[in-house]
Design a protein. Structure first.
Length: 198
C-alpha cells in the first residue's frame, strides 16, 4: 500500500501513473522550457534572462525590470553575468543552493520605499534545474503544496535542507511509483499542477 494519496478529480484515489497523466496534462507552457533545457551545457547570458522571465512569469518588457514585486530581476542579471555551472553532487549542491537562495536585492517602491528580498529556494532550484539539464527538480510553493496533499501532511518548509534531505528522495520515490524515472519533467509538471489546484 502506498503512503501517497494520488487523488484524481471526480475519481478519488487512483493509480500513480494515472495521477501523473491527469495532472501533467493540465500543465501548459512547455515550449520555452524545452528550448532552454536543451541548451543546458551552453547557456548564454540571454538564456539566463529567459530562465528568469520563465520562472517569474515576466511576459512583457514592463514586467522585466527592477522594482517589480514578483520579479527578482537584479539576481537574474547576476546569473546572466556569472553564467553559473552545474555543481557536482553532494556538498557542492548545498553550497550552490545556499549561495543563490541567500542572495538579496532591494526593490524600491514609491509608497513603501525600499524592500529587501531574497532570491529564495524556488528560484535557486530553478537555476539548478536548468544548469543541470533537469537532473535536479524544481521546488516552489505549488510543489510543496502538492507534496503536502500527496502525503496528507502539512506544507513542508521552504528550505535548502528540506529540498536536499527530504524532497529529492521523495521525488525519486514518486518517479519510481509513477514509472517516470526516464523523464522526470513529467513529474515536475504533475506536481506543479496538483499543487496549483484549489
Amino acid at each position: 500500500m502506498s503512503r501517497f494519496r494520488f487523488l484524481i478529480p471526480d475519481e478519488g484515489n487512483g493509480a500513480p501513473q494515472e495521477w501523473l497523466r491527469v495532472w501533467a496534462d493540465r500543465y501548459d507552457d512547455e515550449k520555452e522550457y524545452r528550448d532552454l533545457i536543451a541548451k543546458y551545457e551552453s547557456l548564454s547570458a540571454k538564456d539566463f534572462e529567459r530562465i528568469g522571465k520563465w520562472k517569474d512569469g515576466a511576459k512583457t518588457k514592463a514586467q522585466w525590470k527592477p522594482n517589480i514585486a514578483s520579479v527578482a530581476y537584479l539576481i537574474w542579471m547576476q546569473a546572466a553575468q556569472e553564467l553559473p555551472k552545474c555543481p557536482d553532487d553532494g556538498s557542492d549542491v548545498k553550497v550552490f543552493l545556499d549561495d543563490w537562495s541567500g542572495r538579496t536585492y532591494t526593490d524600491v517602491f514609491e509608497k513603501k520605499g525600499p524592500v529587501k528580498k531574497r532570491f529564495g529556494v524556488p528560484r535557486a532550484t530553478t537555476l539548478l534545474h536548468f544548469v543541470s539539464g533537469g537532473r535536479f527538480p524544481i521546488v516552489d510553493s505549488r510543489v510543496r503544496r502538492a507534496i503536502a496533499r500527496l502525503c496528507d501532511d502539512h506544507v513542508p518548509p521552504n528550505t535548502v535542507r528540506w529540498y536536499l534531505d527530504s524532497f529529492r528522495p521523495l521525488f525519486s520515490e514518486l518517479a519510481a511509483l509513477c514509472k517516470t524515472e526516464d523523464d522526470s519533467r513529467i513529474l515536475d509538471k504533475a506536481l506543479t499542477s496538483y499543487g496549483s489546484r484549489k
